[in-house]
Design a protein around this ligand. Sequence first.
Ligand code: AMO
Length: 437
Amino acid sequence: MIKNLSALDDGPVTVSGWVDTVRDQKKVQFVVLRDESGAVQLVNPRTTDADGVVVADEPASTISTLSQGSFVTVTGELKHDERVKLGGIEVKLDSLTVQSHAIAETPIAADSSLDKRLDWRFLDLRNPKQNLIFRIQTTFLHALRTYWVENDFIEIHTPKLMASASESRAELFEVEYFETKAYLAQSPQFFKQMAQAAGFGKVFEVGPAFRADPSFTSRHSTEFTSVDSEISWIESHEDVMKLHEALIVAGFTAVKEKHGDEVKALFDALVTVPATPFPRIPLAEAKEIVKERGYEVPRDDDDMDPEGERQISAYVAEKFGHEFVFLTDYASSIRPFYHMRHDADAGLTKSYDLIFNGTEISTGAQREHRIDILVEQAKEKGVDPEELGTYLDYFRYGVPSHGGFGMGLARVLMLLLHQASIREVTYLFRGPTRLEP
Ligand code: AMO
């Protein structure tokens, strides 16, 4: 790998990579070669005859015809030289073999639109910035997984084909399923709750979720990776928030340690490990704060809107120097039937949204596990208990109090790296008009 070259002594080396740039000068040729680990300068002084005329020999002739993106293998002499800007090393070429030619006209350039870049995602992903995004994602998830495993969580893989809606009848993808219909899972919600009735105690899942959301916002996709966790024996949503912030801290600590410098260099962003506890603000109070700042969230019983989320984040950043805030105690009118309500005020749920740098990344809650109340809440929301199928049975044979959260992976990455859209940080984005590639 190219990144290993600088540790080697001067001498013969063989490396492979994509041709990044070619400077074909009269006396000397320079090629910048790139692989997924880095870039190196290759140099090929041209041979001249007795009269000083350049001879068309190899590898000079091949280099003159190299197109950007071609994949080549070279052998040559590695030389450490502080004057070389690119890493202080270069490879003086002996031979060059083209393994795979790239068509000379590249379909995308640095100034191509995001949509065009997504059309050619495999070329777009060759950019070191894009590569870093997915290395960060790997590190982040690995840290979460380590936390879960070390704390005795069980990993579950729930089905994505379902007989009923898992969140709401809206945004539901219907698929033909032999003689009947199936629906794509909008969330592992029901099945992570089933694990509580099954005595699993603490579970997690990282998997796809589907939403037939026709909108074209920067934070919605029709398929996304949902990071879910659910735990038993909780007192309230406070216990879920504690788990949630511990996971975020574990993930951000690992990303900062491993990639902090690269993130600064390529994204000009700082990875900050958030202090715990994260600020917690009841939604009603958050709306008041936002109002005092001069922005009124439309409609009183409504959710926090995107501008409200930005405003409350700005407030939290100013007041607490924090990038995260839990907005708690959402009105039961805007939360799903399975959220537990406060004993003292049934108008409020024991739930929260986690806002990071101005955008919601998660929803969490204590769940209603008392079957009578659960059925009542479902009916009140217009959800037919019959339609819930086996879900209600989980609460009929003894189930511990429990709660959990779902978090959109791409949203975390987008906000961490200050990207304008989840399209930038999703390996292959799916939207209303994008099924390819
Ligand atoms: P919710 O519907 O709020 O809650 O989703 C949880 C989180 O998933 C992400 N998300 C999305 N990301 C990209 N595109 C979408 N269309 C999209 N929809 C949601 C967001 C959101 O905060 N079952 C509950 C969670 C729970 O209570 O455990 C649920 O799905 O980051």
